[in-house]
Every structure is written in structure tokens, then in C-alpha cells.
Ligand binder design. Structure first.
Ligand SMILES: CC(C)(COP(=O)(O)OP(=O)(O)OC[C@H]1O[C@@H](n2cnc3c(N)ncnc32)[C@H](O)[C@@H]1OP(=O)(O)O)[C@@H](O)C(=O)NCCC(=O)NCCS
Length: 192
């Protein structure tokens, strides 16, 4: 987590490549952003083309910051550079080596274990390359896909926060999941 500009990151997992986002990804990213089921438990509502382009531009800009705190990747199948989803992390408290993770995926690729595989790759990267100590994510308890992914990779549910978000006209609860660097090697090898 030094001050020098960071080089482009590319993470490989058995089936996937996680690569840096580009503004040119917008047509594929729109497939995600305009899907009401994909954004159902996100803070934002569906995005139009301009919204998707703005999001991608802000991620590209964040990737160029030094020290870099945001790593927002396109999730692609190996051998096919098209974005199917996004997975990323933001270093929120550098002095505590803690980051928040997120992930989403096109609906026509759900339930193939792809988000879990991508999150595993991201966690490997966070601990081994960024020297992080703790990675956490949160989700609405009704979002069984999201909690399922975090449980499948071995993140521990640490809290059920009651009505801590006002989203889309209602109070929403959150599950908080986390994994620590010292626990990851054993969790990781149990999933090989
Ligand atoms: C969350 C999301 C990325 C999951 O992607 P995915 O590739 O389908 O997830 P996985 O196949 O790795 O599933 C992991 C586990 O989660 C659970 N799960 C995933 N989707 C589920 C669903 N629709 N219903 C019930 N359980 C589900 C299962 O336990 C699954 O393990 P299993 O297939 O071995 O039973 C996808 O549903 C999505 O994009 N949702 C909308 C965006 C979102 O909510 N992102 C998270 C914000 S906090």
C-alpha cells in the first residue's frame, strides 16, 4: 500500500480473469446495471447508459489514484474478454489494513459458482498482494445470493444490523461478513 502509482492488475482463477474496468465495457456493464433483479439490494436503482458510463469513468479514475484504494474489476471468463460482472474492494481504513468487498454478475450466469470463485481470487489478492488484514462485506439478509457467496468462501457472519439503511423507501437490515488474513489459508485450502 505504498504511494507509487500501481500497475494494472490482472487476477486469474480456474475459470475466470479479473481485469481492470474500462469505460468501453459500458455495453456489457449496462446488461447488469439495467437489470432490476441485479440492483434489487443495491443502494442505486437501475442505471441508464450515461449512469453506467459515469460509474465506469469514476472507477477508472479511482484506479489511477495514488495510493490506490479502489480495485474494481471486470469479471470475465477465460478466453473471453467481455465483462460478465464486477468484483472489487475499497481500502477504507488503510491504517487498519481493512477493505470492503462487492460483487455482482449477469443473471444468465448465476448459480455456476462464478461469483464465489471471483471473490476467492479477490480475497487472495487482498491478503497476498495488498497486505490487508481484514476484508468485509455486507448485504441485505433477503439477498440470499450475496450471503450465500460470502458463506461459501468462508467469510464469517459477524453481525446482523437492524434497520441501518434506508433504501428504496424502506428500512433495511444488514448482515456483516468478514475474513481475517490469519484465517484465510486454512479456509482457502479447505475449498480447493
Ligand atoms: C450475488 C450474486 C453475485 C451471486 O452470484 P453467483 O455466481 O450466482 O453465486 P454462486 O453461484 O457463487 O453461489 C454461491 C452460493 O450462494 C447461494 N446462492 C447464490 N445465488 C442464490 C440464489 N439465487 N438463491 C439461493 N441461494 C443462492 C448458494 O448457496 C450458492 O452455493 P451453491 O450453488 O453451492 O448452493 C448474484 O446473485 C448477483 O449478481 N446478485 C445481484 C447483485 C448482488 O446482490 N450483489 C451483492 C451485493 S451485496
Amino acid at each position: 500500500m505504498g504511494d507509487e502509482p500501481s500497475a494494472a492488475v490482472r487476477i486469474e482463477t480456474p475459470r475466470l480473469v479479473l481485469r481492470e474496468l474500462r469505460v468501453e465495457d459500458w455495453p456489457e456493464a449496462q446488461v447488469l446495471d439495467r437489470d432490476p433483479l441485479v440492483v434489487r439490494y443495491q443502494l442505486n436503482d437501475v442505471l441508464d447508459e450515461e449512469g453506467t458510463k459515469k460509474y465506469l469513468a469514476s472507477s477508472v479514475l479511482a484506479a489511477s489514484q495514488s495510493p490506490r484504494q479502489v480495485y474494481d474489476f471486470a469479471l470475465c471468463l477465460k478466453g473471453d474478454d467481455r465483462l460478465l460482472g464486477r468484483v472489487g474492494l475499497r481500502v477504507e481504513r488503510p491504517e487498519h489494513r481493512e477493505a470492503m468487498v462487492w460483487f455482482n454478475l449477469r443473471r444468465d450466469h448465476w448459480r455456476r459458482g462464478l461469483a464465489s470463485e471471483a471473490l476467492r481470487g479477490l480475497i487472495d489478492f487482498g491478503f497476498s498482494q495488498l497486505g490487508l488484514h481484514r476484508l468485509y462485506g455486507d448485504c441485505d439478509p433477503r439477498n440470499v445470493g450475496s450471503s450465500g457467496v460470502m458463506e461459501k468462501v468462508g467469510m464469517r457472519r459477524e453481525a446482523h444490523l437492524r434497520e441501518n439503511w434506508w433504501v428504496k423507501g424502506e428500512w433495511c437490515d444488514s448482515f456483516l461478513y468478514a475474513v481475517l488474513e490469519q484465517d484465510w489459508p486454512a479456509l482457502r485450502s479447505a475449498q480447493q
